[in-house]
Design a binder for this molecule. Structure first.
Ligand SMILES: Cc1ncc(COP(=O)(O)O)c(C=O)c1O
Length: 436
């Protein structure tokens, strides 16, 4: 009887798992979640949108009206490709970044995370190469690992992905590369954006090599300075460019991540495979959530709400940058995002963000160590700070605590040498955008 057995300490199925499960590891962020959620800890770790700023009453009314008027449809199975009316609205949103796409080439997904999974599933065999920025989005790296892809990182600087580094990486891996994964706007975790000129160059390099670009753009409408930059998918001059880009979008950052609604715009032939893969995975994206999003877009001032979000995030970004400027010890550098949620920070030489993390938690501040954003062990001196969720006063306090921890680490380093602090740094070079 199962009830009389003691607690199991071993997994009885160890020998039965598929080889691909070896790539499934808890992300740095998941591991941190429990401790970072304690109220006394200022969490600069999570990238959670500030959903308290949403018009929650209006959204609640919209949902109950929806159920009252179209409940049977909202609670029914739907199309595997996604609700046609929502796909049309999605095309209007993408047009804000210059993308001309047909609703027929859009597939609605369960967040853009599912889109990442589907694209990887249909293109990657074990051992295939994915080119990705250094650093890159931890959730995408997890997906690539779960399909046993080899991730080859491409260096970034303050203008985003470095085209020369992309050429060099392509020369090394050749046809083993299946696609370039890039986050051109307000990069997670780097906080940088790919410059206009580089967007054209990156697309030209990939087109010449016959390589797909996977453009992941959840933050594009959250820029603080001027109108959105034209997407890579909108470039190339002709339909040729469009045939080389798979574009991912999401309502998670501009509306609500809890609804789990994202999308993928893909060349037609790719779209057909994506829909089949999605049907095999979820049958169809949730009808209720899609209708909520479509209703929100048609009955609420969703663009005005994005302005509200932008003001909130900009104030928090300003607080974080000015606190870093005032408080951080010499030798610490960080990026200057012009939108989105993240600041990428590089510690003074000799420090290790992963080793420092328990001391930071003791000092009641949480961040995400940089190593999780690379698939090859780089990033020990780096860490990600998020300003999207805490109130400005908490951000300032969090940075103050972090600066204190870094100062204490530097003192240890000064007194005892690298042995007690950062032996694990091992002189690794970090090509991420660790800029002043
Ligand atoms: C770059 C990037 N891509 C994809 C996602 C996943 O977003 P979604 O909530 O749409 O699945 C995130 C979430 O943080 C992200 O930062």
């Amino acid at each position: 009887m199962a009830g009389v057995q003691g607690p199991r300490t071993f997994d009885a199925f160890t020998g039965r798992y598929a080889a691909r499960t070896a790539g499934l590891t808890a992300s740095e962020i998941r591991a941190l979640f429990a401790v970072a959620s304690r109220p006394e800890v200022v969490s600069l770790a999570g990238g959670m949108p500030y959903t308290s700023a949403l018009p929650l009453d209006a959204v609640g009314k919209l949902m109950s009206d929806l159920l009252a008027t179209r409940g049977a449809q909202a609670l029914q199975y739907g199309s595997g490709q996604g609700d046609p009316a929502l796909r049309e609205l999605i095309c209007e949103i993408m047009a804000l970044e210059g993308v001309v796409g047909s609703p027929d080439d859009v597939t609605v997904t369960v967040g853009s995370q599912q889109a990442l999974d589907l694209v990887t599933r249909i293109f990657i065999d074990p051992g295939d190469v994915v080119l990705a920025e250094a650093p890159s989005y931890v959730g995408a790296l997890g997906t690539f690992a779960s399909y046993q892809a080899e991730v080859v990182h491409v260096a970034m600087d303050e203008h985003g992905l470095v085209p020369e580094a992309l050429r060099a990486a392509l020369a090394r891996v050749g046809d083993r590369a299946k696609f370039l994964y890039t986050i051109p706007n307000f990069h997670n975790p780097a906080g940088t954006s790919l410059s206009d000129a580089r967007r054209d160059e990156v697309l030209a390099i990939c087109m010449a090599a016959g390589l797909l670009v996977l453009e992941d753009n959840p933050y594009g409408l959250l820029g603080f300075e001027g109108p959105p930059t034209q997407a890579i998918r909108a470039r190339g001059g002709s339909s040729d460019g469009n045939d080389h880009v798979i574009y991912l979008g999401s309502f998670s950052k501009t509306f609500a991540p809890g609804l789990r609604v994202g999308w993928v715009l893909a060349p037609h032939a790719v779209r057909e495979k994506l829909v089949l893969a999605s049907e095999a995975s979820v049958l169809c994206p949730p009808a209720l959530n899609q209708l909520v999003v479509a209703e929100y877009l048609t009955t609420q001032d969703w663009q005005g709400q994005i302005e509200v979000f932008k003001q909130i995030y900009q104030e928090r970004r300003d607080t974080m940058l000015s606190s870093l400027e005032t408080l951080m010890p010499a030798g610490t550098t960080w990026t200057h995002p012009t939108g989105g949620f993240y600041v990428w920070t590089t510690l003074p030489d000799g420090l290790d963000a992963k080793i420092m993390q328990p001391r930071a938690i003791t000092a009641r501040v949480a961040y995400v160590p940089g190593v999780g954003f690379y698939s090859d062990g780089q990033g020990r001196r780096e860490l990600r700070l998020s300003y999207c969720f805490p109130e400005p006063a908490r951000i300032a306090e969090g940075v103050r605590r972090l600066a204190g921890v870094i100062e204490a680490e530097l003192e240890l380093l000064d007194t005892f040498g690298p042995a007690l602090t950062a032996r694990a740094v091992d002189g690794a070079t970090t090509p991420g955008p660790g800029l002043a």
